[in-house]
Design a protein around this ligand. Sequence first.
Ligand SMILES: Cc1cc2nc3c(=O)[nH]c(=O)nc-3n(C[C@H](O)[C@H](O)[C@H](O)COP(=O)(O)O)c2cc1C
Length: 204
Amino acid sequence: MDRSQSIMQVIQGRRSVRAYQQRGVTAAQLTQILEAARWAPSPHGRQPWRFAVITRFELREHLSNAMAVQWRKHLALDGQDAATIDIRLAKSRQRILGAPASIIACLYLADLDYYPDAERQAAETTMAIQSLGCAVQNMLLMTYSLGLDSGWMCAPLFCPDVVRAALELDTALIPHALITIGYAAHDPHRRERHSLTDLVVRWE
Ligand SMILES: Cc1cc2nc3c(=O)[nH]c(=O)nc-3n(C[C@H](O)[C@H](O)[C@H](O)COP(=O)(O)O)c2cc1C
Protein backbone atom coordinates (compact mmCIF):
# COMPACT_ATOMS: atom_id res chain seq x y z
CA MET A 1 0.00 0.00 0.00
CA ASP A 2 1.34 3.41 -0.86
CA ARG A 3 1.00 5.52 2.24
CA SER A 4 3.29 8.24 1.06
CA GLN A 5 1.63 11.12 0.50
CA SER A 6 -1.14 13.33 0.69
CA ILE A 7 -1.75 14.46 4.23
CA MET A 8 -5.43 13.53 3.84
CA GLN A 9 -4.52 9.97 2.83
CA VAL A 10 -2.46 9.62 5.98
CA ILE A 11 -5.14 11.19 8.20
CA GLN A 12 -7.88 8.96 6.80
CA GLY A 13 -5.70 5.86 6.64
CA ARG A 14 -4.51 5.95 10.25
CA ARG A 15 -6.44 3.39 12.21
CA SER A 16 -6.45 1.91 15.69
CA VAL A 17 -4.80 -1.49 15.65
CA ARG A 18 -5.18 -3.90 18.53
CA ALA A 19 -3.34 -6.98 17.20
CA TYR A 20 0.14 -7.00 15.70
CA GLN A 21 2.52 -9.27 13.82
CA GLN A 22 5.63 -10.38 15.71
CA ARG A 23 7.86 -8.37 13.37
CA GLY A 24 9.83 -5.80 15.39
CA VAL A 25 10.04 -2.04 15.14
CA THR A 26 13.47 -0.47 14.70
CA ALA A 27 15.02 2.23 16.87
CA ALA A 28 15.25 4.40 13.75
CA GLN A 29 11.48 4.10 13.18
CA LEU A 30 10.76 4.92 16.82
CA THR A 31 13.05 7.94 16.60
CA GLN A 32 11.15 9.24 13.56
CA ILE A 33 7.86 8.78 15.43
CA LEU A 34 9.18 10.66 18.46
CA GLU A 35 10.61 13.36 16.21
CA ALA A 36 7.08 13.95 14.88
CA ALA A 37 5.84 14.44 18.46
CA ARG A 38 8.55 17.02 19.08
CA TRP A 39 7.03 19.32 16.46
CA ALA A 40 3.54 19.43 17.94
CA PRO A 41 2.09 22.79 18.95
CA SER A 42 2.14 23.57 22.68
CA PRO A 43 1.03 26.35 25.05
CA HIS A 44 3.71 29.09 25.13
CA GLY A 45 5.89 26.61 23.22
CA ARG A 46 6.61 24.84 26.53
CA GLN A 47 6.29 21.27 25.12
CA PRO A 48 4.59 19.78 28.19
CA TRP A 49 5.17 16.16 27.26
CA ARG A 50 7.78 13.49 27.79
CA PHE A 51 7.91 9.98 26.40
CA ALA A 52 8.96 6.57 27.68
CA VAL A 53 9.75 3.97 25.03
CA ILE A 54 9.46 0.31 25.88
CA THR A 55 10.37 -2.54 23.58
CA ARG A 56 11.88 -5.17 25.90
CA PHE A 57 9.42 -8.00 26.49
CA GLU A 58 10.21 -8.23 30.22
CA LEU A 59 9.49 -4.53 30.71
CA ARG A 60 6.22 -4.70 28.76
CA GLU A 61 5.22 -7.69 30.88
CA HIS A 62 6.20 -5.92 34.10
CA LEU A 63 4.12 -2.86 33.16
CA SER A 64 1.17 -4.94 32.03
CA ASN A 65 1.19 -6.96 35.28
CA ALA A 66 1.38 -3.80 37.40
CA MET A 67 -1.50 -2.11 35.57
CA ALA A 68 -3.58 -5.30 35.73
CA VAL A 69 -3.57 -5.27 39.55
CA GLN A 70 -5.09 -1.79 39.58
CA TRP A 71 -7.54 -2.46 36.74
CA ARG A 72 -8.79 -5.62 38.46
CA LYS A 73 -9.65 -3.49 41.52
CA HIS A 74 -11.43 -0.90 39.37
CA LEU A 75 -13.48 -3.49 37.46
CA ALA A 76 -14.48 -5.17 40.73
CA LEU A 77 -15.57 -1.76 42.05
CA ASP A 78 -17.72 -1.42 38.92
CA GLY A 79 -19.45 -4.67 39.93
CA GLN A 80 -18.11 -6.79 37.06
CA ASP A 81 -18.01 -10.55 37.69
CA ALA A 82 -14.74 -12.43 38.08
CA ALA A 83 -14.96 -14.24 34.72
CA THR A 84 -15.54 -10.99 32.78
CA ILE A 85 -12.69 -9.31 34.65
CA ASP A 86 -10.34 -12.18 33.74
CA ILE A 87 -11.28 -11.92 30.05
CA ARG A 88 -10.82 -8.15 29.93
CA LEU A 89 -7.47 -8.34 31.71
CA ALA A 90 -6.25 -11.08 29.41
CA LYS A 91 -7.17 -8.99 26.33
CA SER A 92 -5.38 -5.94 27.70
CA ARG A 93 -2.31 -8.03 28.53
CA GLN A 94 -2.32 -9.49 25.03
CA ARG A 95 -2.50 -6.02 23.49
CA ILE A 96 0.55 -4.80 25.39
CA LEU A 97 2.60 -7.99 25.07
CA GLY A 98 1.59 -8.48 21.44
CA ALA A 99 2.89 -5.08 20.35
CA PRO A 100 6.65 -5.02 19.72
CA ALA A 101 6.92 -1.44 20.98
CA SER A 102 4.98 1.01 23.09
CA ILE A 103 5.39 4.68 23.84
CA ILE A 104 4.02 6.04 27.09
CA ALA A 105 3.04 9.68 26.63
CA CYS A 106 3.39 11.63 29.88
CA LEU A 107 2.19 15.09 30.77
CA TYR A 108 4.93 17.36 32.18
CA LEU A 109 3.52 20.47 33.83
CA ALA A 110 6.64 21.92 35.46
CA ASP A 111 7.42 24.42 32.68
CA LEU A 112 3.92 25.88 32.42
CA ASP A 113 2.82 29.30 33.64
CA TYR A 114 1.68 29.54 37.24
CA TYR A 115 -1.52 31.44 38.16
CA PRO A 116 -2.68 32.42 41.66
CA ASP A 117 -6.27 31.39 40.92
CA ALA A 118 -7.51 27.84 40.42
CA GLU A 119 -9.59 28.65 37.33
CA ARG A 120 -6.73 29.89 35.19
CA GLN A 121 -4.44 27.18 36.54
CA ALA A 122 -6.99 24.58 35.43
CA ALA A 123 -7.13 26.20 31.96
CA GLU A 124 -3.33 26.06 31.76
CA THR A 125 -3.40 22.36 32.61
CA THR A 126 -6.13 21.76 30.05
CA MET A 127 -3.99 23.45 27.39
CA ALA A 128 -1.13 21.11 28.26
CA ILE A 129 -3.41 18.08 27.92
CA GLN A 130 -4.70 19.36 24.57
CA SER A 131 -1.11 19.73 23.49
CA LEU A 132 -0.28 16.19 24.59
CA GLY A 133 -3.10 15.04 22.30
CA CYS A 134 -1.49 16.96 19.42
CA ALA A 135 1.86 15.30 20.12
CA VAL A 136 0.27 11.86 20.22
CA GLN A 137 -1.63 12.49 16.98
CA ASN A 138 1.64 13.51 15.31
CA MET A 139 3.10 10.17 16.43
CA LEU A 140 0.08 8.21 15.17
CA LEU A 141 0.26 9.87 11.76
CA MET A 142 4.02 9.38 11.44
CA THR A 143 3.64 5.76 12.53
CA TYR A 144 1.09 5.16 9.81
CA SER A 145 3.11 6.96 7.14
CA LEU A 146 6.06 4.66 7.98
CA GLY A 147 3.94 1.63 7.11
CA LEU A 148 3.37 0.76 10.76
CA ASP A 149 0.22 1.01 12.86
CA SER A 150 -0.64 2.13 16.35
CA GLY A 151 -3.24 1.80 19.09
CA TRP A 152 -4.12 4.25 21.83
CA MET A 153 -4.68 2.78 25.30
CA CYS A 154 -5.95 5.18 27.95
CA ALA A 155 -5.14 2.76 30.82
CA PRO A 156 -2.18 4.80 32.22
CA LEU A 157 -4.55 7.71 32.86
CA PHE A 158 -6.37 5.56 35.40
CA CYS A 159 -3.24 4.38 37.23
CA PRO A 160 -0.50 7.00 36.71
CA ASP A 161 1.26 6.13 39.97
CA VAL A 162 1.44 2.46 39.01
CA VAL A 163 2.93 3.24 35.58
CA ARG A 164 5.39 5.72 37.08
CA ALA A 165 6.56 3.16 39.62
CA ALA A 166 6.75 0.28 37.13
CA LEU A 167 8.88 2.32 34.70
CA GLU A 168 10.80 4.22 37.41
CA LEU A 169 9.73 7.56 35.96
CA ASP A 170 10.28 10.93 37.58
CA THR A 171 7.48 12.02 39.93
CA ALA A 172 6.92 15.14 37.79
CA LEU A 173 5.67 12.98 34.92
CA ILE A 174 1.99 12.05 34.64
CA PRO A 175 1.47 9.04 32.36
CA HIS A 176 -1.57 9.68 30.13
CA ALA A 177 -1.54 7.19 27.29
CA LEU A 178 0.11 4.01 26.14
CA ILE A 179 0.60 3.90 22.38
CA THR A 180 1.25 0.44 20.99
CA ILE A 181 3.23 0.32 17.74
CA GLY A 182 3.85 -2.47 15.26
CA TYR A 183 2.76 -4.07 12.00
CA ALA A 184 -0.97 -4.80 11.95
CA ALA A 185 -1.95 -8.48 12.13
CA HIS A 186 -5.06 -7.65 10.04
CA ASP A 187 -7.04 -4.64 8.86
CA PRO A 188 -9.23 -3.45 11.74
CA HIS A 189 -12.88 -2.50 11.53
CA ARG A 190 -13.18 1.27 11.09
CA ARG A 191 -15.77 3.38 12.86
CA GLU A 192 -18.13 5.64 10.95
CA ARG A 193 -17.58 9.38 11.25
CA HIS A 194 -20.21 12.05 11.77
CA SER A 195 -20.89 14.14 8.69
CA LEU A 196 -19.68 17.71 8.57
CA THR A 197 -23.33 18.75 8.71
CA ASP A 198 -23.50 17.18 12.17
CA LEU A 199 -20.17 18.55 13.32
CA VAL A 200 -20.25 22.16 12.18
CA VAL A 201 -22.81 23.77 14.43
CA ARG A 202 -22.38 27.22 12.95
CA TRP A 203 -20.64 28.62 9.86
CA GLU A 204 -20.79 32.39 10.44
C1 LIG B 1 -7.98 9.82 24.24
C2 LIG B 1 -8.22 8.48 23.58
C3 LIG B 1 -8.26 7.35 24.36
C4 LIG B 1 -8.43 6.09 23.76
N1 LIG B 1 -8.37 4.97 24.55
C5 LIG B 1 -8.51 3.77 23.98
C6 LIG B 1 -8.41 2.60 24.78
O1 LIG B 1 -8.17 2.65 25.98
N2 LIG B 1 -8.57 1.39 24.18
C7 LIG B 1 -8.83 1.30 22.83
O2 LIG B 1 -8.98 0.18 22.34
N3 LIG B 1 -8.88 2.38 22.04
C8 LIG B 1 -8.74 3.63 22.58
N4 LIG B 1 -8.79 4.74 21.79
C9 LIG B 1 -8.95 4.59 20.33
C10 LIG B 1 -10.39 4.84 19.88
O3 LIG B 1 -11.23 3.78 20.30
C11 LIG B 1 -10.40 4.94 18.34
O4 LIG B 1 -9.60 6.04 17.95
C12 LIG B 1 -11.81 5.15 17.79
O5 LIG B 1 -12.60 4.01 18.03
C13 LIG B 1 -11.79 5.43 16.28
O6 LIG B 1 -11.16 4.39 15.58
P1 LIG B 1 -9.89 4.65 14.64
O7 LIG B 1 -8.79 5.18 15.52
O8 LIG B 1 -9.56 3.32 14.03
O9 LIG B 1 -10.29 5.66 13.61
C14 LIG B 1 -8.62 5.98 22.36
C15 LIG B 1 -8.58 7.16 21.59
C16 LIG B 1 -8.37 8.38 22.19
C17 LIG B 1 -8.29 9.62 21.31
